[in-house]
Design a binder for this molecule. Structure first.
Ligand SMILES: [Zn+2]
Ligand SMILES: [Zn+2]
Length: 476
């Protein structure tokens, strides 16, 4: 019996971990010896820098495109080939977004065998690794977003999240654990993974070369434009999901992590640009939830459903989506509220006796008592919208009734402004506060403090606001 604390030695050590995940077993290539220090654990120096570089990836994502650019200089672009290259760009891009991402990494819908074969073939044409490898990394990215265990954390820099994580060797011990046992049960995924190199060469280069060559005789154009350069554009576009989508745009659902929504990212990535939404609702088959937002991947999946090739499309209830949006709005509102001057909190004000209040008023300080709170209006008299005379007549007096309709029923803004002038609480006047609090409780005011612990003063709910007794003025 293996206890959870047993140290895991070697890749095939244990079947299950306390969190339910299983070991990632590479189905091909050599297994890592986890006991030996990995090259990434040694600092990069002038002598060893080339050991840190993942030369295979570098060749495919930097050297090959560079060769394609040179080839393009010598190869005229034919119209047919241009159209085909663009269509193949969208097709292979969908292999990543609709296939690798939304189908395999997130299981946001189910696909029939023909569709899965098509997506696996198109994904291979994008040259971004096997669906199995890609989904493994992507699930770790979602589980450990922005942390050390996130394989393409944007916290390590925009360039790192875009391409650096592939160009530089990665420490297999560092990447977060995640479960892909469901993918091991998909024969299409396993077959593509085991035969990855054959799939890639066939789909990314042989297919476009033969297609353009046999149909309209442009072998060279098919190879350069629909092959190499298209690979480059698809790769750069989909890499943007890891970089641009974590860097540019708004965060309408949660701003504690880096994912962001931006239409520009959506345009570049076949609709994967609503990434703040996506990280909040990852198993939703949509990225854009509004009909006019650009999400061709969603349209593709929807069309596949109409054709009977996709089913069980997952979608979060609008109610859940709106709750997240409202909470984020509330957070922004609280932050905005915290920057405003709402007056000294009542509990921090000194308690002043009636006699002291009257005495200080006679000594030249313009103090006014309203609802048991003393306000210093000295600097405000000249600005009083109702004129000097009316405000001066209230100095040294209890102006509760005058302020609340006796002379003028002051506006909500006036109560807000008044609160910034408060300097003390009248001894015995605290009764007013107790009464006010009871009044609030009767009115079922549930949210009195915001998420930052600051008091929320709603319109008409200021401490100085005292409602006139209903049957008094006329009867008197
Ligand atoms: Zn992300
Ligand atoms: Zn995702």
């Amino acid at each position: 019996m293996a206890s959870p604390s047993t140290p895991q030695t070697g890749v095939a050590a244990a079947d299950a971990f306390p969190d339910g995940t299983k070991d990632y077993k590479p189905l091909r290539g050599k297994q890592y010896d986890l006991k030996k220090p990995h090259i990434t654990e040694t600092p990069i120096t002038l002598q060893n820098w080339y050991l840190h570089v993942n030369w295979l990836n570098t060749f495919f994502i930097i050297v090959v495109p560079a060769m394609g650019l040179v080839g393009a200089y010598f190869t005229p672009l034919q119209f047919n080939t241009a159209i085909f290259a663009v269509l193949f760009y969208f097709g292979s891009g969908l292999g990543i977004t609709a296939g690798y991402h939304r189908l395999w990494a997130h299981s946001s819908y189910k696909a029939t065998l023909p569709l899965r074969i098509f997506l696996a073939a198109m994904g291979a044409a994008s040259v971004e690794g096997s669906a199995r490898w890609w989904s493994h990394g992507h699930r770790a990215h979602h589980r450990y977003t922005d942390t050390e265990k996130d394989p393409y954390s944007v916290r390590k820099g925009l360039l790192y999240s875009h391409i650096g994580w592939m160009v530089m060797k990665q420490n297999p011990k560092r990447m977060g654990r995640t479960d892909i046992s469901d993918l091991n049960e998909d024969p299409v995924v396993v077959w593509q993974h085991k035969n990855y190199l054959k799939c890639v060469l066939t789909m990314s280069l042989v297919f476009p070369t033969l297609f353009a060559g046999l149909l309209w005789g442009d072998f060279a154009g098919g190879f350069i434009y629909a092959g190499i350069l298209r690979i480059f554009f698809v790769q750069q576009a989909t890499f943007c999901v890891n970089s641009l989508a974590h860097w540019l745009g708004e965060q309408p659902f949660d701003d504690r992590n880096s994912p962001r929504d931006h239409v520009l990212t959506a345009l570049v990535t076949l609709g994967e640009g609503y990434h703040n939404f996506h990280h909040e609702f990852p198993s939703d088959f949509r990225n854009a939830i509004i009909w006019y937002q650009y999400d061709p991947t969603k349209w593709f999946i929807w069309t596949m459903k109409q054709l009977g090739l996709a089913y069980d499309l997952k979608q979060f209830r609008q109610n859940e989506i709106e709750k997240g949006r409202v909470q984020q709005l509330q957070k922004k509102l609280d932050q905005k509220r915290a920057t405003l001057d709402w007056g000294t909190p009542l509990e921090q004000l000194p308690v002043i006796s009636w006699d002291d209040f009257v005495a200080e008023s006679k000594n030249g300080k313009a103090l006014v008592s309203i609802a048991g709170v003393i306000h210093d209006v000295t600097d405000f008299i000249k600005d009083h919208p109702g004129g000097k005379a009316l405000i001066s007549s209230a100095i040294g007096k209890d102006a509760t009734a005058i302020f609340n309709g006796g002379v003028y029923l002051h506006s909500n803004a006036a109560h807000n402004l008044l609160s910034t002038m408060r300097v003390g609480v009248l001894r015995g006047g605290c009764e007013v506060e107790i009464w006010k609090r009871a009044q609030s409780e009767n009115k079922d005011v549930s949210m009195l403090f915001d998420s930052a612990g600051k008091r929320i003063v709603r319109a008409g709910d200021q401490v100085t606001k005292v409602v006139q007794p209903t049957a008094s003025a006329d009867a008197a």
